[in-house]
Design a binder for this molecule. Structure first.
Ligand code: CTP
Ligand code: CA
Length: 224
């Protein structure tokens, strides 16, 4: 592992990694969330920093950096994430979108904590679609290398190839989350790397740290 870390460097690369599930507020104390643990994004950020990259991690989960070149910012909702990425994206070299962005958010956020009342056995929450963050920032895309994680439960390759186009991504790291040993909230992942010009590359089942190491190695060899 140490030998690996010394075999190449990401020094000089400005990298933003997003991690965790977004939290879509309902009232001052409640939100709609998802099962993403943030582990994959955190591993991507840690490994990039270990390799000398200048890394900003935008995370919905708590994380304390032990490296001077890894800065952590807490974000919460998809709207927060979009706002911060619009600021950061023009100045960076690589964006890794590992965050599980909520597709929908509550239409209205109550100012006060929602009460249960004696005459209300049901509460209906209306949701509205969130903007697609990648599509939104793609309009500012210059030379940034955009990496997208796509979680699928079926037709993994076909769906991921579609996302490569629509999200203006350079590479999709697709994983089948219907498996219990890959994706959400576990320490391992089975990735298929998908690009526009090569056949899908199936990686073995790896720890998330190994996935991150393998990805940065791939990125480095592509750029050198
Ligand atoms: N993503 C995004 N903005 C959203 C939703 C998702 O930028 N509003 C990003 C995610 O961070 C991820 C990638 O898009 O990097 C793929 O997310 P995924 O949920 O697989 O794709 P969706 O476009 O949301 O499509 P669907 O959930 O319907 O499969
Ligand atoms: Ca989605």
């Amino acid at each position: 592992e140490d030998q690996f870390a010394e075999s190449f460097s990401l020094a000089g690369s400005k990298i933003v990694v997003t991690a965790g599930g977004t939290k879509e507020p309902l009232d001052p104390v409640r939100y709609i969330g998802n099962n993403s643990s943030g582990k994959m994004g955190i591993a991507m950020a840690e490994q990039a920093a270990q390799l000398g990259g200048q890394v900003t991690l935008l995370s919905t989960v708590p994380y304390i950096s032990h490296l001077p070149n890894l800065t952590v910012e807490r974000i919460s909702s998809a709207a927060d994430l979009l706002k911060r990425l619009l600021e950061l994206f023009p100045k960076i070299d690589v964006l890794v979108m590992a965050a599980a962005v909520a597709d929908f958010r509550p239409v209205s956020v109550s100012d006060q904590k929602i009460k249960k009342t004696s005459d209300n056995d049901h509460l209906n929450i209306e949701l509205v679609k969130n903007p697609d963050i990648l599509k939104t920032i793609a309009t500012d895309k210059k030379n940034q290398f955009v990496v997208v994680f796509a979680a699928e439960t079926q037709d993994v390759i076909k769906n991921a190839e579609k996302k490569l186009q629509t999200k203006n991504a350079d590479v999709i790291l697709a994983n089948d989350v219907s498996r219990s040993d890959a994706g959400f909230n576990v320490d391992t992942n089975q990735i298929t790397l998908i690009t526009a010009d090569k056949r899908p590359d199936n990686w073995p089942l790896l720890t998330k740290k190994q996935v991150a190491q393998r990805f940065w190695q791939y990125y480095h060899s592509l750029k050198n």
